[in-house]
Design a protein around this ligand. Structure first.
Ligand SMILES: Nc1nc2c(ncn2[C@@H]2O[C@H](COP(=O)(O)OP(=O)(O)OP(=O)(O)O)[C@@H](O)[C@H]2O)c(=O)[nH]1
Ligand SMILES: [Mg+2]
Length: 208
């Protein structure tokens, strides 16, 4: 069978990472659903590609990172994602809260860490701007604009989502699934009729 893509979902604490995953996979999240801070959870699920094929995913929901408290301790840096995730990740879902500019700063730092660790293979990264409550319109616009400019510069795909609306999550995850599972190329998988023709011409011998 096909491969399983391993995807890490990460970002600042309480931005809605678990709500996004639970809503995507089970579709049962509402405004009254209770969530507890994550330590680590693993979800196995199929995600469709834009060709309609279903591909297998293992999502690693991670503990939220704390933003550095600049006022209390100016020298303290950003928390980073535990390194072992970076060793096996095929992709990342980076989540920030459009109401919290510091959650975008956490992602910018996280992205640098990921870039540094990615010597071994291509990884696919998407960025989700979630909102965990009523946003202040001005602050919201600023943060979203800043996020989408940053994503353009870094060639990352940016999606605005709302964990309370399942359909808002599809575009980003279908994009991720499609990129991680590209269509097999014709040359590596000859179509049956071609094979038959070649066999008839005696180019491929089926006898041994
Ligand atoms: N209104 C609204 N609330 C949300 C949304 N997403 C998350 N929340 C709420 O925000 C809180 C935190 O959500 P979680 O999904 O636990 O956030 P998290 O990023 O997984 O948090 P950690 O695991 O602690 O890092 C919960 O009370 C959710 O109900 C959203 O899209 N809209
Ligand atoms: Mg969580």
């Amino acid at each position: 069978m096909g491969k399983t893509s391993k995807v890490i979902i990460c970002g600042m604490k309480s931005v809605g990472k678990t709500a996004v995953l639970e809503q995507l996979i089970y579709g049962n999240v509402t405004a009254t659903t209770e969530f507890y801070p994550t330590i680590e959870d693993i979800y196995v699920s199929n995600v469709e590609t834009d060709r309609g094929t279903k591909e297998k995913f293992c999502f690693y929901d991670t503990a939220g990172l704390l933003a550095p408290n600049i006022e209390n301790s100016p020298s303290s840096g950003y928390q980073s994602l535990p390194k072992h995730y970076m060793a096996f990740a095929d992709g990342y879902v980076l989540v920030y809260d459009v109401r919290k500019p510091e959650s975008l700063a956490v992602l910018m730092n996280l992205h640098k860490d990921i870039e540094r660790s990615k010597e071994k293979k291509e990884t696919m990264i998407i960025v989700l701007g979630n909102r965990t409550g009523e946003p202040d319109p001005k602050l919201h616009e600023n943060t979203v604009t800043k996020a989408s400019n940053w994503c353009t510069r870094e060639k990352l795909k940016h999606f605005e989502v709302n964990a309370m609306e399942r359909s808002s999550l599809y575009e980003g995850f279908i994009f991720l699934s499609t990129k991680l599972n590209p269509a097999p190329t014709k040359s590596s998988f000859p179509q049956l009729p071609t094979l038959t023709k070649l066999t008839q011409k005696g180019i491929i011998r089926t006898d041994s």
